[in-house]
Design a protein around this ligand. Structure first.
Ligand code: PLP
Length: 264
């Protein structure tokens, strides 16, 4: 019986012991957006607001078991991927995503934490491009991630537009290139939808170091809104407003790059 069930969403990602990014940010976002959140843990990190001290991938067969447990019971309406660690983990996630029906997939191609710690081995990038991107309903790279995926520098708005088209050529349906890492006074994101529609989303750049987990929060908000039945376009716009509020309404924890405010 699946009719009238509470919208259910799963994040397939890495744990941040510091609570600001990864699975923890995703679950907090799901809660804030009124959906029932679940998690498939791909890797653990020992982490705080000062950085990632170490990380430990979960054995691939146990990642697969988590998929099987959720698929056997829940009616999942949307899912997202975050930190996927290495090629073997990307492969098991791809294989399981093909077996189960978890609804539209949002891929946040997490590569390197702001402090510089690698969250994805470089050799896995090719596998993400060839095997995961063709399954993606929405892809949400920041500029460095988009550069790595398309193997081109992105310095101008035109470069961002070109990268979005190149990513769509790789099989992604909808692309959001986040401009938060650009030097522009406005944080401008470029959106290319499946039907060819394009638009920019601008917001005033906020001078703060409290941006830990912004990418995770943005992509999990998109997943939550899709699970509630919103269109892809609406979901992307809601997520932009949500992340802007989460950055603006600062909270104060830790001594370094603090997290955004998920209950803003
Ligand atoms: N740790 C984990 C487990 C993550 O998934 C992410 C998200 O991308 C990060 C850390 C990165 O955090 P930051 O926003 O500080 O780069």
């Amino acid at each position: 019986m699946t009719i009238n069930q509470t919208p259910q969403v799963v994040t397939i990602a890495g744990s941040d012991s510091g609570g600001g990014a990864g699975i923890q940010a995703d679950l907090k976002t799901f809660q804030a957006r009124d959906v029932f959140g679940m998690s498939i843990v791909v890797a653990l990190t020992a982490q705080n607001t000062l950085g990632v001290q170490s990380s430990l991938p979960i054995p691939c067969n146990f990642v697969a078991e988590q998929f099987d447990s959720l698929a056997a019971d829940f009616h999942i309406r949307a899912c997202k991927t975050g930190m996927l660690a290495d090629k073997e983990h990307v492969q098991v996630v791809v294989q399981k995503l093909k077996e189960v029906d978890f609804g539209p997939l949002i891929v946040d191609p997490v590569m390197i934490a702001k402090g510089g710690h690698s969250l994805l081995k470089r050799e896995a990038v090719d596998c993400i491009k060839k095997e995961l991107l063709p399954l993606a309903t929405v892809l949400t790279p920041n500029i460095p991630e988009a550069e790595e995926l398309v193997q081109q520098d992105i310095k101008t708005s035109e470069d961002m537009i070109q990268a979005a088209y190149d990513l769509q050529q790789m099989g992604v349906k909808n692309v959001v290139i986040k401009g938060g890492h650009s030097s522009d006074i406005l944080a401008k994101d470029f959106v290319l939808l499946e039907n060819g529609e394009t638009f920019w989303m601008s917001s005033k750049r906020i001078e703060t170091i409290k941006t830990h987990g912004t990418g995770d929060t943005f992509s999990s908000c998109i997943a939550a809104e899709i699970a509630k039945g919103k269109s892809i376009k609406e979901s992307i716009k809601i997520a932009k407003a949500f992340i802007q509020g989460a950055i603006e309404q600062q909270i104060f924890v830790g001594h370094g790059h603090g997290p955004t405010n998920h209950w803003a």
